[in-house]
Ligand binder design. Sequence first.
Ligand code: HEM
Length: 433
Amino acid sequence: MTTKLKDQSGAGEDNRACGVSELSLDELRSKFRRDYDVFGSNTISAQLAELAERREQVPVSYSAPDNGCWVATTYDDISSTLRRSGRGFINFPSTPNGVNMQGSQKAMIPIELDGPEHRQFRQMLDPLFSPKRVQALEPQLRRFANTLIDRFIEDGHCDFAHDFALPFPGGSLLAMMGWPAEDLEQLNNWVGIALHGVPAASPEDSDAARVRAHGEMRQYFFELIQRHRSNPGDDVTSHVIQAEVNGRRMTDDELFDLCLLMMLAGLDTTKSVLAQSILYLGHHPDKWDEMFARPETLDPAIEELLRVTSPTSPTRVVSAEVMDVGGLPIPKGERVHLPVPAANRDPQYYPEPDEVKFDRVAKPHLSFGVGPHRCLGAHLARLELRVAFEELRRRIPKFTIDPAQQPVDRLGMTWVVDNVHILFPPGAREHQG
Ligand code: HEM
């Protein structure tokens, strides 16, 4: 099966030399067809193995199920497509099957906008997520990390994914956005349903739950926007309500879409990087020590962990008549899925790509994307990761993964791992109550 595909695709040769520009779209699709389960029922490691094999055999392929999309796998093809956002590629709809799963009214702001409109929103949003504004949150983040650790430190065990990785990113996002801290659990529940459906439920039941959650979120955020409008503070939500983009203020629908995106983009992603990293570090205690060998070893270690745990993958839609992806002429309207984990493990730039090496001298990873849509929350995410690892190291210097519990991977719009049970010598709480 794979050999035949290799022959069909002409992988390793210059595709243009195979006369692909002469082919109709149907012929192109069928010549380069290799189906891919985008939202995979696979484990993360099986999905990574599949991507590595595709990179070898058919680096750009067409996957027919679930409305169809092209799948790129090399660092160069993925980064060059991301860089051409707004120049031959657009970002709407941003899902590989073209289905609006988030339930936004129109294009999600700013992720599904392109060109000058997108630039205007980024000019308004970028200063609100600047390193300086983010840095100001550090003491608060440290306190929150320790509040969470206090809840399980005396037990000598916890489900790290549920007890720390899930709530921790919310503490900083909610503080930045000016949303009530006590609503975190509810917001995380909605995000879980929106991105992953209901665990063990049928697709129909999950879709029904998504519709319900969307209605509840809409009501929640419309009320919250009203409160910030009448009583503004120095938070992102208040600034955005008052800002003018294109000579006008945003409507409540647009504000809701923006809040929704912040939740979807800001909560599950950092959670996933944290949970996957601790799972890896629990199995590799030498790496946990190496991260903290010297003060300057921590940041490169975090970048390497971001490379190997990249949780989210963009999709672009061809908007020009035809665009070149890896030598294939992909025509207008076609979706191109860009699995960042495949780019981040391309052996052309990362020798022994599955090895975690904190001293790699390599191309920067693509975990935060690249080009006009590069992650708005990258400074925040990096600070969250640094504070989390530092406080965990201080309070829990040694831990192992509980062999009696099995981690569970879920590959939806983000790749996450649940059930990361760790064991450690019990410690003392630092705060009462
Ligand atoms: C480790 C954590 C994170 C990862 C791996 C991550 C990854 C990404 C990636 C790959 C993109 C580009 C999507 C594309 O090109 O279509 C992106 C965009 C975005 N991210 Fe993050 N993200 C993280 C954390 C956050 C946080 C904490 C926030 C909260 C503010 C955030 C907000 C956004 C927004 C608003 C965009 C859209 C930017 C635009 O379209 O201009 N992200 N993120």
